[in-house]
Design a protein around this ligand. Structure first.
Ligand SMILES: [Ca+2]
Length: 491
């Protein structure tokens, strides 16, 4: 740990934190839809069999690399330039190439703790050494909840993300190794190397928020008694392709998980438009996968996104494969998986409880809110304060060193909700996914809309600046049903 420094190891951009978080400046996506071994999603009619679709794939010179007949979805490789038209026919509802449909993980910088900072914080033998910096846990009453339960090892949470460091001293004993897998390419690979992080520590940070151990080292998570499974869906370039996410949902549903955390969004654009014929099959396939999870008792928790966007009133956006392209956005456009049915969608607040400057929102979209950090709340009189973000476990992919550090985003808020849900399941294992979702909302502490207008970044220019409008009453667009509360959820 002596080589840890205050370096941004996975900087998404070199601009301000806001830009890195928003992901608006994501790397260009090559739109070469056709080529050797292009990947396709082939959907059979919902509720039907995949037999005819499988035969049509073969006849169209395609190879099925993953068969998700549970949801009527095949992941196919083909070099046939005419595959999309050749495969169409009876038994095939829709087909789409997923080339160019990956999206760069919505990821901010990590500010790692130095060895000196870690050493200085080990004074209190009765608490986790870094617990004093975890404002986020006190905010949602985690210490009081732990008097009831710290979580049951029977509860396994799927972390659909960039992998989890299995060598991390705060996570090594928390990982359900036999339930972990990489889903890159849409095909599960259970080797430990495959589900460890390679180019991003995002999943390691998320996993620590949920379940970092109470072991006298570093930090503790919201639910240190539960276990996490690494389900790696973020590839080495930072992309999340639809076939990887679909594989991840099905894997989690069939390997004993009760919850999945989803701190990412799909597509090269933030929004997936069902009216776009190329995106519609992705929407359908992901929705089927999430519904399948739900039917198997798995609750899906997802981040709302970091664009300070009103998801209930989408507007035209630039970006995607060609940054000059401006798309028509309408009510058929959604953030996936956050806006899929049955998903608990999470906005972020900072230490003051106000919506984080970057957090997306939307009445009828956000279900609950949780601490995601806000470096610009200026609780200490400075313009930007790292300690107002979220401290968790890190893995430096350059030095291959485990550590602890700060990140902010709805990516960090979502695992707080997942952790609270894991505690609630530990206390009430009989809950169905629907009952658990309802419990999270019923036990949340309502937060009113801020009075007057809301400028998320007063006096500061920001890529995500712009007045946000909070709509609704007790349940509203900024905070949904309110701030999740671990103590109320376990009673
Ligand atoms: Ca610990």
């Amino acid at each position: 740990m002596n080589n840890l420094g205050r370096t941004a190891v996975v900087a998404a951009t070199t601009a301000a934190l806001g830009a890195g978080l928003a992901g608006a400046a994501g790397a260009p996506v090559t739109a070469s839809a056709i080529g050797p071994q292009a990947t396709y999603l082939v959907l059979a009619p919902q509720g039907g069999t995949v037999e005819r679709a499988t035969a049509r794939v073969s006849a169209a010179d395609g190879t099925v690399v993953a068969d998700y007949r549970q949801i009527g979805v095949l992941v196919v490789h083909s070099a046939n330039p005419a595959f999309v038209t050749d495969v169409a026919g009876p038994g095939v509802e829709s087909v789409a190439s997923t080339a160019g449909l990956g999206t760069v993980l919505n990821e901010g910088d990590t500010v790692e703790l130095t060895a000196a900072e870690i050493a200085e914080a080990t004074g209190d033998p009765t608490a986790e050494p870094l617990a004093g910096q975890q404002w986020n846990l006190a905010m949602i009453d985690v210490p009081r909840a732990h008097l009831v339960t710290t979580g049951s090892a029977d509860v396994v949470v799927g972390v659909l993300d960039s992998g989890i460091s299995s060598s991390h001293p705060d996570l090594a004993d928390q990982i359900a190794r036999e339930q972990s897998a990489s889903c890159l390419g849409g095909v599960p690979d259970t080797s430990e190397a495959a589900w460890n992080p390679t180019t991003s520590d995002h999943g390691t940070h998320v996993a620590g928020i949920i379940a970092a151990a109470r072991n006298g080292i570093g930090v503790a998570g919201v639910a240190p008694g539960v276990r996490v499974a690494a389900v790696k869906i973020v590839d080495n370039e930072g992309y999340v392709y639809p076939e990887a996410a679909i594989c991840g949902f099905v894997w989690a549903a069939e390997h004993g998980m009760r919850l999945t955390n989803n701190s990412y969004h799909l597509d090269p654009w933030e929004l997936n438009c069902r009216s776009d014929p190329r995106q519609r099959p992705v929407w359908q396939a992901v929705q089927r996968a999430i519904h399948y999870s739900w039917s198997r008792g798995v609750l899906t928790v997802a981040a709302a996104g970091n664009a300070n966007r009103d998801l209930a009133h989408p507007f035209a956006e630039a970006g995607g494969p060609d940054d000059s392209e401006l798309r028509e956005i309408d009510a058929a456009c959604r953030v996936l998986p956050a806006q899929a049915p049955g998903v608990v969608t999470v906005s972020a607040v900072g230490p003051t409880g106000r919506k984080s400057y970057y957090s997306s929102y939307g009445q009828g979209v956000v279900d609950v809110t949780a601490p995601g950090g806000d470096s610009r709340t200026r609780t200490r009189g400075r313009t930007s304060t790292t300690a107002d973000t979220v401290l968790s476990t890190t893995y430096n992919t350059v030095t291959r060193t485990d550590g602890w550090g700060w990140k902010q985003g709805t990516s960090m808020a979502s695992p707080h909700v997942t952790g609270v849900a894991a505690l609630a399941l530990s206390a009430h294992p009989e809950l169905t996914a629907g009952q658990l979702s309802e419990l999270l909302e019923r036990t949340a502490v309502a937060r009113p809309c801020p009075a007057g207008g809301y400028d998320p970044v007063p006096l500061l220019p920001s890529p995500t600046a712009g007045t946000a409008t909070c709509r609704g009453g007790v349940r509203n667009g900024f905070y949904g049903a309110g701030l999740v509360n671990a103590d109320r959820a376990v009673r």
